[in-house]
Design a protein around this ligand. Structure first.
Ligand SMILES: Nc1nc2c(ncn2[C@@H]2O[C@H](COP(=O)(O)OP(=O)(O)OP(=O)(O)O)[C@@H](O)[C@H]2O)c(=O)[nH]1
Ligand SMILES: [Mg+2]
Length: 201
């Protein structure tokens, strides 16, 4: 009886883990970002940028930020792998779309990939954070330019959106981005929606 009660108590006190899905075109810098998150938030440093290889499947990172446990899924962005993204839509609390802001020629392709993702009902209400990565590169598009190309702010459904500049290689801008995510997930309907979905299974 005691172990049942203490188990219930422990369950009630357990902090809910938030799931962040990181997608974007190949070479946008998603895995470099994931490794940087490990370095910034855990005792075990992530890989250095020059050791990161193109992702064929999925990479994971678990860490705690602002007192909240986070689980990040980084899925490969090569065109043949983008079909896998949707497997994670139903269970993610927020979507991070990483864009190579230095590669202006692929901004339109990135916009199409994002539009396709946002058209999926399983992402309903999930906060969207677009990260304009490679801010260290000369001539990189600013968050305002990326927002303009992507039409962020004109999105039809009610979801929190932000476009922020980061440099995954150095970590610049990464902590404010994580703060935005945690705050906006908690304000959104998404945790409740996912809880209900899990109970219905
Ligand atoms: N200059 C600069 N280069 C970066 C930055 N972030 C990533 N890169 C480089 O961009 C290239 C691609 O990075 P990855 O992290 O492998 O990109 P990805 O989005 O995970 O690519 P896929 O796994 O193929 O989907 C690598 O050469 C990185 O070193 C950055 O902030 N600045
Ligand atoms: Mg990768």
């Amino acid at each position: 009886m005691f172990s049942l009660l203490s188990g219930c108590f422990e369950f009630m006190l357990r902090k809910e883990e938030l799931h962040i899905l990181i997608v974007g075109l190949d070479k946008a810098g998603k895995t470099t970002l994931l490794e940087r998150l490990k370095t910034l938030y855990t005792d075990v440093p992530g890989l250095e940028a020059d050791k990161v290889l193109p992702t064929v499947g999925l990479n994971l990172a678990h860490f705690e930020a602002l007192g909240t446990p986070l689980l990040c899924w980084d899925v490969g962005g090569a065109s043949g792998l983008r079909g896998i993204w949707s497997k994670y839509y139903g269970e993610c609390h927020a979507l991070v779309f990483v864009v190579d802001a230095a590669d202006r020629q692929r901004l339109e392709e990135a916009k199409l990939a994002l539009d396709r993702a946002l058209g999926d009902r399983d992402l309903y209400g999930a906060p969207l954070l677009v990260l304009a990565n490679k801010h260290d590169c000369e001539g990189a598009a600013s968050p305002a330019e990326v927002a303009e190309v992507f039409g962020v702010g004109k999105l039809p459904d009610a979801r929190a959106c932000s476009v922020q500049a980061v440099t995954a290689r150095t970590g610049e801008g990464v902590k404010p981005a994580v703060q935005w995510l945690v705050e906006h997930i908690k304000k959104s309907q998404r945790p409740e929606l996912i809880r209900r979905r899990m109970l219905a299974q």
